[in-house]
Design a protein around this ligand. Structure first.
Ligand SMILES: [Cu+2]
Length: 457
């Protein structure tokens, strides 16, 4: 054995380290450049915009202070007031966080990390070669590997427990719908079962290499096959899965069964990018609809020749009385959407041409849920609201597709519903003079405005 391979390995380690340092050095230069640029932007904002030279980065636009810039993605999504409010009023704030410089630094750090791993591997080779040169192993890995495994196991299991405890703050509060209790029970059971299995298997995975670590005085026992063991570790998981799946199917069948007779129907209509709700009027029946009737004036394609549609109310908020069953009848105009109500533990696809439905009984009013969230320390709990979200990536403004839901007492609900005017009636009302209409105070909710939007659409 000559020293040649050892020296060549050391040379490789040296070269990789040098490359890493060389790559890391410009990172600091870039930072300095970014700082200078930030200072420039600050000066720009303090009223010296006119004196500044043109932006150095291609495509970057220097903005006058307080300039009202319209971004293409900011266009109102389907006329939903709530959705429009949710748009970040200062899109620039997000741009400052990222940027090409930021990602370049990330990439350089990533490459340096890879090179560091390369250095460690090469060092390992060097240690091996040193052992060959000296004729004696430099490190007894048979002794150290099992110990490192035990340390890793303790760190890994501790990190798992910490993460579970830390992130549990993001868990949803108790279900606001009756059927949700069953879903939560299933979720908890499954999670606990998996956790127990996880801790047992992870302990075994790391402890056994330690227990049966290399010992020159012992000889390994050749143990190829055991039918009994095979049966045990096949049958136990099979039974566990069968129990979980049967329980899940039972709950699923119960919540997807046809709604009990007399359940109040509300039609929920999804489109790119928003929602509308249609309440049956005093006749408690929704009028017919047909996609061929969808046009600029009839967004939902309601068949106005059907007398049952004349008292239907199209709204842009979903109001529900507490402790009363409601059946959502879903329709989609354009692409597949998904009606997602996390607090009610409900989600179902909304598919064009394939009506779907989901019935539930809300049990916690909006104001009660605000109190629950307040106790959990949620920020802005006093102005929190239920929403139905779209949970199917359906296009560019999907992220903004939601409709406010209000769960209230029966008396509050009746008051709200009585204040709504049938869409057909308001459509056929003579147009009020424009100027005085503008000066009238806004209604308590957005429904009146919605009718206007429905007409304009
Ligand atoms: Cu959608």
């Amino acid at each position: 054995m000559t020293l040649k391979p050892l020296l060549s390995r050391l040379l490789v380690v040296l070269m990789i380290s040098m490359a890493g340092i060389a790559l890391a050095a410009p990172t600091q230069k870039h930072d300095a450049k970014a700082d200078a640029k930030a200072a420039k932007t600050e000066a720009n904002e303090s009223g010296k915009a006119m004196e500044m030279p043109k932006a150095e980065v291609p495509g970057e636009v220097l903005l006058a202070p307080g300039a009202d810039v319209k971004f293409p993605d900011e266009s109102p999504s389907g006329g939903s007031d709530v959705a429009t409010e949710a748009v970040d009023p200062n899109p620039n704030s997000k741009k400052e966080e990222g940027g090409p410089m930021h990602s370049a630094i990330k990439w350089i750090l990533f490459i340096v990390l890879i090179l560091f791993v390369g250095v460690l591997l090469q060092l390992n080779n060097v240690i091996g070669l040193l052992g060959e040169v000296s004729g004696k192993a430099a490190v007894n890995w048979g002794k150290w590997n099992p110990r490192i495994m035990l340390i890793f196991m303790l760190g890994f299991l501790f990190a798992t427990i910490w993460e579970m405890d830390h992130d549990s703050q993001w868990f949803l509060p108790e279900s606001a719908a009756e059927h949700g209790k069953d879903i939560d029970y299933m979720f908890d059971m499954t999670t606990w079962f998996i956790l127990i299995v996880f801790f047992i298997t992870q302990f075994a995975l790391f402890y056994f290499p330690y227990k049966y670590r290399h010992n020159p005085e012992k000889r390994a026992y050749f143990y190829a096959h055991n039918d009994k063991l095979e049966i045990i570790w096949t049958v136990i998981p099979a039974i566990a899965l069968a129990v979980m799946i049967t329980g899940g199917l039972k709950v699923w069948n119960a919540i997807t069964a046809p709604p009990p007779p007399g359940t109040q129907n509300i039609e929920v209509y999804a489109f790119q990018f928003g929602w509308k709700a249609r309440y049956p009027g005093v006749d408690k029946e929704l009028g017919k609809h047909n996609f061929r009737l969808i046009n600029g004036e009839n967004d939902l394609g309601v068949d106005w020749t059907d007398g049952k549609s004349h008292d239907d109310i199209i709204t842009q908020e979903i109001h529900l009385p507490v402790n009363v069953l409601v059946n959502f009848k879903y329709r989609a105009k354009d692409v597949i959407h998904s009606a997602y109500m996390p607090y009610f533990r409900s989600q179902i696809n909304v598919v064009p041409g394939v009506p779907t439905n989901f019935w539930l009984k809300p049990t916690i009013t909006t104001s009660e849920m605000r109190e629950i969230l307040q106790k959990k320390g949620r920020k802005n709990a006093a102005v929190w609201d239920y929403y139905m979200f779209c949970n199917k990536i359906c296009g560019s403004a999907h992220y903004n597709m939601k409709i406010k839901m209000v769960v209230e007492t029966q008396a509050e609900y009746d008051k709200w519903l009585n204040a709504q005017k049938a869409t057909y009636v308001s459509m056929n009302e003579p147009e009020a003079p424009a100027a005085p209409a503008e000066t009238t105070p806004a209604p308590a909710d957005s429904t009146k405005k919605d009718k206007k939007i429905a007409l304009l659409n």
